[in-house]
Design a protein around this ligand. Structure first.
Ligand SMILES: Cc1cc2nc3c(=O)[nH]c(=O)nc-3n(C[C@H](O)[C@H](O)[C@H](O)COP(=O)(O)OP(=O)(O)OC[C@H]3O[C@@H](n4cnc5c(N)ncnc54)[C@H](O)[C@@H]3O)c2cc1C
Length: 436
C-alpha cells in the first residue's frame, strides 16, 4: 500500500455534488488543501440538469438555456403557464464540468486525481480513502457521493418508486419548436406505464430534448421508451424519422425514496448528492438541494468551522411527499387528476416554491387545497398525520446517527490515532464486503 499526501478535505466523486462543493470552496477562498478524486475527468454530456431559481442564480452564467414559459397538459386541461419570480434553468453536464474543472485546475490548493475509489474509513480524528491501485489518502474530512451508506436498505421503503426516463435530443429539418416554451409535463392517457409524461426542452427552433418519464417501480426496456417518443413526435409535431436526426440520448433512474438517508457515512465522512438523500422524493430534483448545501458547507469550512451535517426535510414536507408517493404508487388515474388540478388551480411560482420546501404552512394549505383531494384523504387514513413513522427503523437509525454525530462533533478532544489503524480498518471493511 502506498501512503500518499494528507489533505484537509477530500472530495470523492466529481459529479454534480462533488464539483459543486469544490466550486463553492474556491469561490469562498477556502485556503486548506483539497483533493478532488474521480475515476475520470474526461468531458461527458450524459445529463441535462434543470432546476428553477432566481435570475441571479450562481449557475445562471453557465446555463445552456433558460425559460419563463412552460406548457402543461393533463386530461382535459392544457395551458401555457408563466413564471414570474423564477426562471427554469438548464445546465449541460459538459458545461458544468468544464467550467468548474477549469477553475479548479487554476487553484493552487486543489489537486485533481483520476483513480478508482475502493472504500473509505475513519475514526474520530481522521478519514482515509483507499483506491483500487492501493493508494491511500488521508484528510480531516471526506465528502463522498459514490457509495450508498452501509445501513441503507432499499427493501424498507414503503413505496419503492423510481423516476426513470429516456430522452432523445433531436435536430429537425424544419423549425418546429417554440424555443421560448418548454414542456414540463404532457400527460396522456396512452402513457400507461405508470404515472408517465413527456418532458421537452427546446434548445432551438429545430433542436430539442424529448424525454419519456415514468414514476413506477421498475424501469422499462429501452425500446419501449423510444417507441413512445417516436409516436409522440409523430402525433404532436408530425415528425417521422426522415424529418430529424438523433444527436444524443440520455437515460436516468432517480430514486424516489420515502425514507431519509443517513447523511454520515462514518465519523468525518459525509454523504453528498444522490447517496446522501439530497433528491426530493416526489420530484427527483436534486440540483438545487446540492447547491444549497454546498454553499453552506463551503462557508462554514472557510470560517474554520466544522462542516454542517446535511439535514433531511422537515416532517411536514416529508409527510406530503409520502402521501403523494402513495398515490403515485397505487393509483395512476388519481395521480393524473392531482397534477391536472394542481397546475390548473395554482400559480407555477407557488408550485415551485412549495416543491422547494420554502412555503409557510398557510401557503402549503393553499397548494394542497388546489389539488384533487379524495386520494389524499384515503392516503391520510393509511398514514395518519403525526402518527406516521416514516420507517420502522427510522428512530433506531436516528439514535445511531446521533451517536456518530456526537463523535463527529467532539473530534478535537480525541487524540490522533495511528495511520496504520485507519488503513487496517479500510482493508478489513473491504475484506468483509468481499466475503459477504
Ligand atoms: C440523466 C439524469 C438527468 C438528471 N436530471 C436532473 C435534473 O434535471 N434536475 C435535477 O435536479 N436532478 C437531475 N438528476 C438527478 C441528480 O441531479 C443527478 O443524478 C446528479 O448527477 C447526482 O449528483 P451526485 O453528485 O450525487 O452523483 P454524480 O453526479 O453521478 O457523481 C458521482 C461521481 O462519482 C464518480 N464515481 C463513481 N464511482 C466511483 C469510484 N469507484 N471511484 C471514483 N469515482 C467514482 C462518478 O464518475 C461521478 O463523477 C438527473 C439524473 C440523471 C441520471
Amino acid at each position: 500500500m502506498n501512503v500518499s499526501k494528507r489533505y484537509d478535505i477530500i472530495i470523492a466523486g466529481a459529479g454534480l455534488s462533488g464539483l459543486s462543493l469544490a466550486w463553492y470552496l474556491t469561490k469562498e477562498k477556502y485556503s486548506g488543501q483539497i483533493l478532488v478524486i474521480d475515476k475520470s475527468f474526461a468531458p461527458i454530456n450524459h445529463k441535462t440538469w434543470c432546476f428553477w431559481g432566481k435570475k441571479n442564480h450562481p449557475f445562471a452564467e453557465i446555463a445552456h438555456r433558460t425559460w419563463k414559459d412552460t406548457y402543461f397538459s393533463a386530461l382535459d386541461f392544457s395551458s401555457k403557464l408563466s413564471l414570474k419570480d423564477y426562471l427554469y434553468f438548464c445546465v449541460k453536464e459538459s458545461d458544468f464540468k468544464e467550467t468548474i474543472l477549469s477553475t479548479l485546475r487554476k487553484a493552487p490548493n486543489v489537486d485533481l486525481l483520476e483513480e478508482d475509489i475502493l472504500d473509505f474509513s475513519s475514526n474520530s480524528s481522521k478519514a482515509v480513502l483507499i483506491t483500487k491501485d492501493n493508494n491511500t489518502y488521508l484528510a480531516d474530512y471526506i465528502f463522498q457521493s459514490i457509495f450508498m451508506p452501509s445501513n441503507y436498505d432499499a427493501s424498507t421503503r414503503k413505496y419503492p418508486l423510481i423516476q426513470h426516463f429516456l430522452g432523445v435530443e433531436i435536430k429537425t429539418d424544419d423549425e418546429i419548436f417554440d424555443k421560448k416554451t418548454f414542456t414540463l409535463m404532457d400527460v396522456d392517457s396512452d402513457f400507461n406505464d405508470g404515472f408517465a409524461f413527456m418532458y421537452t426542452l427546446p434548445f432551438n427552433k429545430n433542436r430539442a430534448l424529448v424525454e419519456y418519464t415514468i414514476f413506477s417501480a421498475k424501469p422499462l426496456k429501452k425500446k419501449q421508451y423510444k417507441k413512445k417518443i417516436y409516436s409522440y413526435l409523430k402525433d404532436k409535431y408530425n415528425l417521422t424519422k426522415e424529418n430529424y436526426s438523433i444527436k444524443r440520448k440520455e437515460y436516468g433512474e432517480i430514486p424516489m425514496d420515502d425514507r431519509p438517508h443517513t447523511p454520515v457515512y462514518s465519523s468525518r465522512i459525509l454523504n453528498l448528492g444522490t447517496v446522501g438523500g439530497f433528491t426530493k422524493p416526489s420530484t427527483g430534483y436534486t440540483f438545487s438541494r446540492v447547491h444549497k448545501y454546498s454553499k453552506k458547507c463551503a462557508q462554514a469550512l472557510t470560517k474554520g468551522l466544522k462542516p454542517p451535517i446535511p439535514q433531511t426535510s422537515s416532517y411536514r414536507f416529508r409527510y406530503y411527499d409520502l402521501l403523494l408517493l402513495r398515490v403515485l404508487a397505487t393509483n395512476v388515474p388519481d395521480s393524473r387528476k392531482i397534477f391536472r388540478s394542481l397546475f390548473k388551480n395554482s400559480s407555477l411560482d407557488r408550485i415551485f416554491k412549495f416543491l422547494s420546501e420554502e412555503t409557510n404552512f398557510i401557503e402549503d394549505l393553499m397548494v394542497l387545497a388546489s389539488c384533487y383531494y379524495p386520494p389524499f384523504l384515503r392516503a391520510l387514513t393509511i398514514h395518519p398525520p403525526f402518527f406516521t413513522q416514516f420507517d420502522k427503523s427510522y428512530n433506531a437509525n436516528s439514535k445511531r446517527l446521533q451517536k456518530k454525530i456526537d463523535v463527529f462533533e467532539n473530534f478535537d478532544q480525541i487524540p490522533d490515532s495511528s495511520f496504520q489503524d485507519l488503513k487496517g480498518t479500510v482493508e478489513q471493511n473491504h475484506l468483509n464486503k468481499t466475503i459477504s
